[in-house]
Design a protein around this ligand. Structure first.
Ligand code: GAF
Length: 370
């Protein structure tokens, strides 16, 4: 394994443990996690592999095969910059339970595709440290610690979905997660046996103000819940009455969150009934709601979704936080090339950078590889 070879070259010994944690695609349940709602992500076959040996002097030495050079040396609680923040953040959250480490990481999540490379990085490091120091954390505790690193150390007010998907997903399954109770269920999903595939369309476009807009949406939801006198938008039971009490953006955000939670449940109902191709209509409805009510789509995502449907997809939607990144399309196997062609042509007509197509399979969550 190249991460092990790189570790030996950098530090002169073999790593004591090697963990892999994947990125994710969210099938449905977008911007619901921080509203105490429901999500249904699955792990993708790309992620971060971390080779680690503990140290006892409070130092972290860190090398990424994606930024070759000498290892960077950091103190366990240093505020750092760029991608190293996600690693130091995990150490900071673990406090005196750990005292430094030598680390090499290798990642293969397409950069900027919105497939949660940061959650994969946090969860790979937290899982490896949990293993090395016998910390006894469950996968959900690892996810929560990783989320806290991102919230409190990196400063991104994300919900629990990405870290939970990376830590808990099972191969061949999507993960139904109730983000309030943190109860979860693995939902089997064998697309190929229904003649279908899930195509990831990476728009290769990213909005530079995405994290500011994300924080704004979250604040709008919290403000709407306060006005409605409920702990979170998940608790809205009478949507019409709630909408009567709200105005402007808060009204639109509430409309999205409440209907999106219902879409998650409806989609799971269809999967349970074996009506897999029929989930396409729910994916389409989710996209329209994210575009028009939540206002987190982008021109590239809209063109990707529209062209995929025109090319023969059963349904499509943006996935993840939005403002760029990736869309997913549920495509009959025999229509894969016509969908790719339709999307590529539409991107060329709009003068967008060419999209990338990645066939998604439902991969295994965090696991030890050596
Ligand atoms: C990002 C966040 F990190 C998640 O917590 C979630 O809110 C998602 O956007 C939107 O569903 O990926």
């Amino acid at each position: 394994m190249r991460v092990v070879e790189a570790f030996s070259t950098a530090y002169g010994t073999s790593p004591q443990t090697v963990w892999h944690a994947p990125g994710r695609v969210n099938l449905i349940g977008e911007h619901t996690d921080y509203n105490d709602g429901f999500v249904l992500p699955f792990a993708v076959p790309w992620g971060v592999t971390a080779a680690i040996t503990p140290r006892s002097d409070g130092t972290i030495r860190l090398l990424s095969l994606q930024s070759p050079g000498e290892p960077v040396t950091l103190a366990s609680h240093d505020a750092s910059e760029g991608w190293t923040r996600y690693v130091v953040g995990v150490f900071a959250m673990l406090g005196d339970r750990v005292a430094g480490a030598d680390i090499v990481i290798d990642g293969d999540i397409p950069a900027g595709a919105g497939l949660s490379s940061s959650a994969a990085l946090e969860v790979s490091i937290a899982s490896a440290l949990n293993d090395l120091h016998d910390l006894g954390m469950t996968p959900m505790e690892i996810a929560l610690l990783s989320q806290k690193a991102e919230n409190d150390f990196v400063g991104m007010p994300c919900g629990i979905m990405d870290q939970a998907a990376s830590a808990l997903c099972q191969e061949g399954h999507a993960l139904f997660l109730d983000c309030r109770s943190l109860g979860s269920r693995n939902i089997p999903l064998d697309l190929a046996s229904h003649g279908l595939s899930m195509l990831i369309i990476d728009t290769q476009a990213h909005h530079e103000h995405a994290s500011g807009e994300y924080a704004k949406r979250r604040a709008e939801c919290e403000s709407a819940a306060r006005k409605l006198g409920v702990p979170a938008l998940r608790d809205v039971t009478d949507l019409a009455a709630a909408l009567d009490q709200l105005q402007g953006d808060e009204r639109k955000r509430t409309m999205h969150v409440v209907t999106e939670n219902h879409r998650v449940e409806a989609l799971i109902g269809l999967l349970r009934a074996g009506a897999v191709a029929e989930i396409g209509a729910i994916l389409n409805a989710s996209h329209l709601s994210l575009r028009d009510q939540y206002e987190v789509s982008s021109p590239e995502l809209d063109v990707a979704v529209e062209a995929a449907i025109r090319g023969g997809a059963r349904g499509a939607r943006m996935t993840g936080g939005g403002f760029g990144g990736s869309a997913i399309a549920l495509v009959p196997l025999e229509r894969l090339s016509s969908v790719e062609e339709a999307v590529s042509n539409a991107f060329a007509e709009h003068g967008f950078q060419a999209p990338r197509f990645l066939p998604a399979t439902l991969a295994q969550g965090a696991h030890r590889v050596a």
